[in-house]
Design a protein around this ligand. Structure first.
Ligand SMILES: C[S@@+](CC[C@H](N)C(=O)[O-])C[C@H]1O[C@@H](n2cnc3c(N)ncnc32)[C@H](O)[C@@H]1O
Length: 226
């Protein structure tokens, strides 16, 4: 996993499902410090069941698999409908290879769901899946992030943590403002990485049917975080 991450951050071309090497772009990825925070968080939680929305080249999945390996086992589910069309299957290939090459994991430790998150997350709920940590880094429009967060909260065990990426975007910061004002069951946790927002699931969502607290949506990109 470490070698794979080094190669990815060095932007070494990676082999796709077509057998050809493909260049890795400079922006579609979490930063190393964000990945290390995910890893540390997963370890703090003793997490064995991890979920991520948005796989792309698989930077974040490598950190999450490393956390599972250090924990001695577990499972990562990654949702991304565009692995074949946009990413040459590279994130999926690398994650599967890392899981298979790790004694503590094996090839059952990684599962890819090639559907949109608004289809895949309810499917996981119907399967009875539960996760200790959910990392949300899929489509970044306000309503898509809110949908991901709302479904993911139901999949997260009490005491588990939901992580949103890309706080530099006003869409994501507006979702965070909504949660902080309207979801007492999701408690914001401090994060050393300002581009990540962390929420611990405290318990059930017990709001009334007509509950709504006005919240202030965010404006402007934080360019310095991008
Ligand atoms: C910023 S990239 C993820 C980067 C990845 N987390 C990493 O650090 O390596 C966003 C990903 O979300 C995926 N995506 C876009 N729309 C989606 C949707 N509706 N459901 C799930 N994933 C989606 C894209 O295909 C892309 O791979």
């Amino acid at each position: 996993m470490q070698c794979t991450l080094q190669a990815l951050y060095a932007r070494q071309p990676q082999q796709g499902d077509d057998g050809l090497p493909h260049p890795i772009d400079a922006t579609t990825r979490i930063k190393p410090e964000e990945g290390l925070e995910l890893l540390a968080l997963a370890r703090q939680l003793g997490a064995r069941n991890l979920l991520e929305v948005g796989l792309a080249w698989g930077f974040s999945s490598q950190f999450l698999l490393a956390a599972l390996a250090l924990e001695g086992g577990g499972r990562l589910v990654a949702i991304d409908p565009y692995q074949d069309s946009d990413w040459h299957g590279i994130g999926r290939r690398l994650a599967a290879a890392s899981a298979e090459a790790t004694i503590a994991l094996g090839n059952g430790a990684f599962r890819w769901i090639g559907k949109r998150s608004d289809w895949a997350l309810p499917q996981l709920e119907q399967e009875g899946a539960r996760f200790d940590l959910v990392f949300i880094d899929g489509y970044h429009r306000f309503d898509d992030v809110l949908i991901d967060l709302s479904f993911a909260a139901r999949l997260c065990r009490p005491g588990g943590v939901l992580v949103l990426h890309d706080m530099w975007l006003p869409s994501v910061r507006s979702v965070v403002a909504f949660i902080e004002s309207n979801r007492p069951d999701l408690l914001r946790m401090p994060s050393p990485c300002p581009n990540l927002a962390l929420f611990r699931r405290e318990g059930e969502d017990q709001r009334r049917w007509d509950h709504f607290v006005p919240f202030e949506s965010a404006v402007g990109h934080w360019e310095e975080l991008s």
